[in-house]
Design a protein around this ligand. Structure first.
Ligand code: PLP
Ligand code: TYF
Length: 399
């Protein structure tokens, strides 16, 4: 049956780990996939997660199916985390929300919902560049992919003018995907003032904002600060939708904990939106797994544990910020003639080094340092021990 089936390419990001595993170098470095590592280079299970999981297990809860939209205590708390306690739509019961298979699943439900019901063109504008999976998720949802300018490779920063001009040139009522914070892959975010201008341009065009928030807390170490864009859009009267992931900020990667929500115009509209979300989810996977959502819910709903978790998120964000500074410092100490300010200016899990694909290949082949060909490195994979060798490797290639 499959004799004619072509071999597909490996995932651009997850494929890196396979190449890394095959390398025999004793000091090889993997900066490919965006997964947090502690300063010993080990995966990190947050102490708040360990505590919450023990509490969940000790309750000997039953293993019945969750409802189609998941664990209600979790989704309520997830909405509160994103939109904030002062959010008018939240207080007025106008936010439809469902648990999802992490952030990817949330994007996929959103894609399906928009494909089925959005009254305008079935296209979505994503930034150039964007997370590699966005194109696949939305085109598999039946949406046409279009792009807007985002990154300026000359400044290794935001192409703010290009972005706003592109938003203004989109057909009225276009769907636009926005990374809420810690843009992947560039680590380049708009400032708060720039977000205000972006919100104005989106409003002017009557566009539909779709926020992808996979790193709340990871950018600044403060979950409220990282929610600025989403909350500002709401305050400005936009009615966006939102994909949330708890993979990074709770380290719950493999538990697949996320949420998809739609801000609606009224409590009555919310009920109808809810009903259609359920109809989309039912044939996709029926209902989500409960264990990870129970862990997240325990953390979010217990004030002491929540406070502890926020401290741990801050700790992860701060270690990343320290590694950025160390990498830059090491490159400068080596006498690099390049400017490396962007390494410390960028935020979140990734740094966009500005290295070309050919230079990234050299980095892997000659120095056993693995990362994506676009020059992105996962700063979370840098440690006090490997930062020196990393800087030397980059210096040998770039000067
Ligand atoms: N969106 C962005 C921008 C991401 O970087 C990621 C990856 O972590 C996701 C969504 C979704 O990831 P997950 O499905 O693991 O929550
Ligand atoms: O960009 C990253 O590295 C993370 C993790 O198919 C990831 O977002 C990468 C690829 C993928 C799923 C998750």
């Amino acid at each position: 049956v499959w004799a004619q089936l072509p071999q597909g390419p490996p995932d651009a990001i997850l494929g890196i780990t396979e190449a890394f595993k095959k390398d025999k170098h004793p000091k090889k470095i993997n900066l490919g996939v965006g997964a947090y590592r502690d300063d010993k280079g080990k995966p990190y299970v947050l102490p708040s997660v360990v505590e919450a999981e023990q509490r969940v297990v000790q309750q000997y809860l039953d293993k019945e199916y969750a409802g189609i939209t998941g664990v209600p205590d979790f989704t309520k708390a997830a909405a509160l985390l994103a939109y904030g306690p002062d959010s008018a739509p939240l207080k007025e019961g106008r936010i439809a929300i469902t648990q999802s298979i992490s952030g990817t699943g949330a994007l996929r439900i959103g894609g399906a919902f928009l494909q089925r019901f959005y009254p305008g063109a079935k296209a979505i504008y994503i930034p150039t560049p964007s997370w590699a999976n966005h194109k696949a998720v939305f085109s598999d949802s039946g949406l046409e992919i279009k792009q807007y300018r985002y990154y300026n490779k000359d400044t290794i920063g935001l192409d703010f003018d290009g972005m706003v001009a592109d938003i203004k040139n989109m057909p009225k009522g276009s769907i636009i995907l926005l990374h809420a914070c810690a843009h992947n892959p560039t680590g380049v975010d708009p400032t708060e003032d720039q977000w205000r201008a972006i919100s104005d341009a989106v409003k002017e065009g009557e566009h539909y904002p779709f926020f992808d928030m996979a790193y709340q807390g990871f950018a600044s170490g403060d979950t409220d600060k990282d929610a600025f864009a989403v909350r500002h859009f709401l305050a400005e009267g936009h009615l966006p939708c939102l994909a949330q992931s708890f993979a990074k900020n709770m380290g719950l990667y493999g538990e697949r904990v996320g949420a998809f929500s739609i801000v609606t115009a009224s409590a009555e509209e919310k009920v109808r939106v809810d009903s259609q979300i359920k109809i989309i989810v039912r044939p996709l996977y029926s209902n989500p797994p409960v264990h990870g959502a129970r862990i997240a819910s325990t953390i979010l709903n217990d004030p002491a544990l929540n406070k502890q978790w926020l401290g741990e998120v801050k700790g992860m964000a701060e270690r990343i910020i320290t590694m950025r500074a160390l990498l830059k410092e090491n490159l400068e100490k080596l006498g690099s003639k390049q400017k490396w300010d962007h390494i410390t200016d960028q935020i979140g899990m990734f740094a966009y080094t500005g290295l070309t694909a050919a230079e990234m290949t050299k980095l892997a082949e000659e120095h056993s340092v693995y990362a994506t060909k676009d020059g992105r490195i996962s700063v979370a994979g840098i440690t006090s021990e490997n930062v020196g060798r990393l800087a030397e490797s980059i210096y040998k290639i770039k000067g």
